[in-house]
Design a binder for this molecule. Structure first.
Ligand code: X6L
Ligand code: MG
Ligand code: MG
Length: 173
C-alpha cells in the first residue's frame, strides 16, 4: 500500500471558525486512509477574491494517506458538507473549505483536481501557514520559503497569527 504525504489548506469565515477548523482536523484524522501528521498555527487572514466578507481563519495540515487523489478530494468534500458548507456564491463565505495543495509530487491538470493547487503559490493565507510546517518543500523547483519571500508585503499584512500555540508558532514571519 502506497502512502503519500499531502498538504491541505483549511479555511473558515463563518460562525465558530476555530471550532470548524478543529472539527475538520478531527474528521480528517478519523477518516479511513488518512493520518494527520502535523498542523500549522492558525492565522487570521484578510479575504481575497471577494473582499467584502469576514476575515478567515486559515491553517495548513500535513496528512499521510493511502487514498487516491480523487478519494482524498471526495473525503474533503464530505467533511465540508458534514460541517454545514452550503455553496451560495462563488468565493463567498463558508463554514469550512478544505483544499488539496499537494499530493506527494503528483502534477495533474485535471480541471476537477489540479495539482499542485494552481493559485497556492501566490496566496499569503496558504504560504504563511505552509511555510510554518514545510518551508523546504519544493514545488516546481522552488521552495515554499522562496515563494513566500516573493510575496508583496501588503499581502503578508493580511495574515496575522491568530494565537500563539507553542511549537510551530512563527510570529516573526
Ligand atoms: C483576482 C481575482 C485576484 C480573483 C484574486 C483569489 C479568487 C483567491 C479566489 C482572486 C482570487 C480566491 C479564502 C479567501 C477565498 C481563504 C482568505 C480564493 C477562493 N478563500 N481569503 N478567499 N482565505 N483569506 O481561505 O481563494 S475564495
Ligand atoms: Mg479555497
Ligand atoms: Mg475549496
Amino acid at each position: 500500500m502506497t502512502e503519500v504525504l499531502s498538504y491541505l489548506s483549511l479555511g473558515s469565515n463563518m460562525g465558530d471558525r476555530e471550532g470548524y477548523l478543529r472539527a475538520a482536523r478531527e474528521r480528517l484524522a478519523a477518516a479511513p486512509g488518512i493520518q494527520v501528521l502535523r498542523s500549522s498555527p492558525l492565522y487570521h487572514t484578510r479575504p481575497v477574491g471577494k473582499t467584502d466578507q469576514a476575515w478567515f481563519l486559515n491553517q495548513v495540515v500535513e496528512v499521510k494517506t493511502n487514498l487516491r487523489p480523487e478519494e482524498l478530494l471526495a473525503t474533503c468534500q464530505r467533511i465540508e458538507e458534514a460541517l454545514g458548507r452550503v455553496r451560495h456564491e462563488r468565493w463567498g463565505p463558508r463554514t469550512l473549505d478544505i483544499d488539496i495543495l499537494t499530493y506527494g509530487t503528483l502534477q495533474s491538470d485535471d480541471p476537477h483536481l489540479t495539482l499542485p493547487h494552481p493559485r497556492m503559490l501566490e496566496r499569503a493565507f496558504v504560504l504563511v501557514p505552509l511555510a510554518a510546517i514545510a518551508p523546504e518543500m519544493q514545488i516546481a523547483g522552488k521552495t515554499v520559503r522562496k515563494y513566500l519571500a516573493a510575496l508583496p508585503s501588503e499581502e503578508l499584512d493580511g495574515v496575522v497569527p491568530y494565537r500563539p500555540r507553542g511549537e510551530g508558532s512563527n510570529a516573526d514571519v
